[in-house]
Design a protein around this ligand. Structure first.
Ligand SMILES: C[S@@+](CC[C@H](N)C(=O)[O-])C[C@H]1O[C@@H](n2cnc3c(N)ncnc32)[C@H](O)[C@@H]1O
Length: 283
């Protein structure tokens, strides 16, 4: 009899075998490039259990058969269930003064790509930084993408609890957000002028053809490369180098590095890189 990985207890109602876990691992890797290690078994159990419940199925095996046979919208639900979306306003704060300096020195209409936008805290932080650095007459274009359609819906709403906007300086918060009252007390909403700077769009970084336009003056691809293996990272970084203008900046997450892609990017600060002048030979 095969081992059952489902946690014991009242909520653990669906059989979950090592073969099921392996199947989930293969499917999410093929779809989104996400590598799940052994420590993610409980996470997979609890998140996929919700889908099994919603669909009134009775086991992981049945769910995975349904997913592979019916596909369609359930693929998106599967991906949404397995992404990790932790983010914050001005996360890794040191990147933002660098971004502001870059924008002050460049055109009034820079293009910036936030490539793992999650629930929006990062693209709104970029938008505030850009609007304030460029001042009146500035018109930044910010493309904010993510594979997960649920987080993008939250990002588009632009509504956050006061607790979440604590890292935003009060003066900047007043300039760019509206404070809720009545039923909306305790929440802020991005002002329309700020929201208008950002285009939210679903994009899977694994896809070969991104259709993102460019060239970008800056790309923020933070805390997502860590979920990918080396060959996947390599392909993404090569394609990013092609849509970043020479001298443009690429920002990555605190536990990521580009040490083996120095042919494409030169270190400019802590986890901040400049695109080298000629990337054709490398890409
Ligand atoms: C941990 S969050 C990082 C959010 C933000 N960049 C930050 O640093 O705060 C990682 C995000 O990457 C997204 N993601 C994972 N795989 C992806 C893929 N293949 N293509 C695009 N986005 C992906 C997830 O949906 C998630 O919102």
């Amino acid at each position: 009899m095969s081992e059952d990985l489902s946690p014991s207890g009242p909520g653990a109602s669906y059989p979950f075998t090592p073969a099921d876990f392996e199947r989930v691992r293969k499917l999410i890797y093929a779809r989104a490039g996400i590598k799940l290690n052994d420590s993610k078994q409980n996470m997979v159990y609890s998140r996929i259990s919700r889908r099994i419940r919603v669909l009134s199925l009775s086991s992981f095996g049945q769910y995975l058969d349904h997913l592979e046979a019916a596909g369609g919208q359930e693929w998106q639900e599967f991906v949404n269930a397995l992404t990790s979306n932790l983010t914050a306003f001005y996360r890794e704060q040191h990147h933002f003064p660098m971004l502001a300096d870059l924008l002050r020195q460049g055109s009034k209409t820079p293009a910036i790509w936030c490539a793992a936008a999650s629930t929006g805290e990062e693209p709104y932080s970029i938008a505030m930084t850009a609007a304030d650095a460029l001042g009146a007459g500035g018109k930044p274009r910010i493309l904010a993408t993510d594979i997960d359609t649920n987080v993008l819906a939250t990002a588009r709403r632009g509504v956050y609890p006061l607790e979440a906007v604590k890292p935003v300086p009060p003066e900047q918060l007043r300039r760019h957000f509206l404070k809720g009252s009545g039923a909306n007390a305790g929440f802020v909403r991005a002002r329309p002028q700020l929201a208008a700077l950002i285009e939210f769009r679903q994009l899977n970084l694994l896809e070969a053809d991104w259709k993102v336009g460019g060239p970008f003056d800056a790309i923020l691809c933070r805390n997502v490369l860590i979920y990918f293996d080396k060959p996947t990272q390599k392909g993404i970084l090569e394609r990013m180098a092609r849509v970043l203008r020479p001298g443009g900046l690429l920002f990555i997450g605190h536990s990521e590095n580009l040490t083996d892609r120095r042919d494409l990017f030169r270190l400019r600060g802590k986890t901040a890189y400049e695109r080298v002048a000629d990337v054709k030979a490398a890409a």
